[in-house]
Structures are given as C-alpha cells and as structure tokens.
Write a protein that binds this ligand. Structure first.
Ligand SMILES: O=C(O)CCC(=O)C(=O)O
Length: 202
C-alpha cells in the first residue's frame, strides 16, 4: 500500500492518503452492508443537499451544532474500523462516529471544516473516484491559487488530522458516477474542544 500522491503536491501537514487501502472483496462487503441501510436526505438550514447520509455512534445536528449519542455502529463495519485503527495507530474504541454518505452523479460536498467536536477524520471511498479539494480555513488566505485539488481513488483511505483538519477546509467536486464514502471520526477531549467551526457544508 503506497502513499501514492506526488506529495510534492504540497498537501497540508496531517493529510495522509493511502491508495488501494481496501481490497475489492472488502469494498463489496461494505457496499453490501450499506445496501441494508436506509439513507436519509440531508438538509441544512432548509436547503436540501443532493446526497444521502446515515450516521452511527453519534449524530451531528446542523441546526443546533450539537452532537448527540446515536445508534450503535452496525457489526458489519467492525472490520473496517479495526483495519483503519490498526493502520493509523488509534484504538478501535476511539472511533466515535461512522457516517455513510451517498453521492449521486453530479453531487458535491461544499467547502467546510468538520464539526468542532471531532478530532481526527478518516475517509474511505467506494465505487467511484472523486476530486478532493482543500483550501485554507482563514478567509484572508483563501485565494484561487491556495486551492489544492487532487484525485482520491475508489478503495483509498484518507486521514485528516492536525493542521489539515484544523487550518483547512475540504470539499468534493461534482462526482462523475455514484460514489459512497464512509467517514470515521474520533472525538476531541474536553481540553481539545476549542474553537467553533464553519458548518456550511451543503
Ligand atoms: O465523502 C467524503 O469523502 C467527504 C465527507 C465529508 O467531508 C463530510 O462528511 O464532512
């Protein structure tokens, strides 16, 4: 398994990428697991996004910016949590939330930084590649040339922590074919909870 990109691409510190993280068999197993789930339309302050989601472990509420305990993570995802935890050196029980997202053709996720309650974010791509983009969080640093755009492949894993998680926003350009992602998140300790985040992520 390689960190494949040309990291000359000057990715921010704390953004890690692993191509071919999953085998085809593991991808199929996860897709089968997702097919058992009822995914819900996502709306944000009355705006309906063109993608569907289902979260486990914790539920994030966009209207109140609050996190509440959610349904337990289904056992069918345990092998993924185990594999990612082992790979990135965290305890399995640190994974607090698992989010499944369905991106129909043409759908996006707009610029955002993840909710302040979360510490580390790990993302798996299923069924399709996508174009992932990063730009500085601070408005005054957001210029056209500050956007970093790169392909994220089907069956890859990316991780955002430290500066990549805190000082950068991310987004996904319109997908060319149906894509699913599974996002795992760990929680900040009360000491790590500091600043509010922008949450406009339609
Ligand atoms: O689909 C992805 O890989 C990104 C998901 C994401 O950015 C989010 O749910 O906040």
């Amino acid at each position: 398994m390689n960190i494949l990109f040309p990291l000359e691409l000057r990715l921010p510190a704390g953004f890690l990428y692993y191509d071919d993280f999953l085998s085809e068999a593991e991808e199929n197993k996860l897709l089968a697991e997702i097919s058992k789930l009822e995914l819900n339309n996502l709306s944000y302050h009355g705006y309906k996004a063109n993608r569907k989601v289902r979260s486990f472990g914790y539920d994030y509420h966009f209207e109140t910016n609050k996190l509440t305990k959610g349904a337990p993570i289904p056992p069918g995802f345990e092998f993924l949590i185990q594999k990612i935890s082992e790979h990135i050196g965290i305890e399995e029980n640190e994974v607090a939330e698992l989010l499944v997202t369905e991106y129909p053709v043409g759908s996006v996720i707009n610029w955002h930084r993840d909710a302040p309650q979360f510490l580390l974010i790990a993302g798996i791509s299923l069924l399709a590649d996508c174009i992932f983009r990063l730009r500085p969080y601070r408005k005054e640093e957001q210029t056209r040339s500050s956007i970093i755009s790169f392909p994220v492949s089907r069956r890859s894993l990316y991780v955002m922590k430290d500066s990549a998680r805190n000082d950068w926003q991310h987004s996904i350009s319109p997908v060319k074919s149906l894509r699913y992602s599974i996002t795992l998140r760990t929680l900040k300790t009360p000491k790590e909870k500091d600043d509010p985040c922008d949450l406009n992520r339609t």
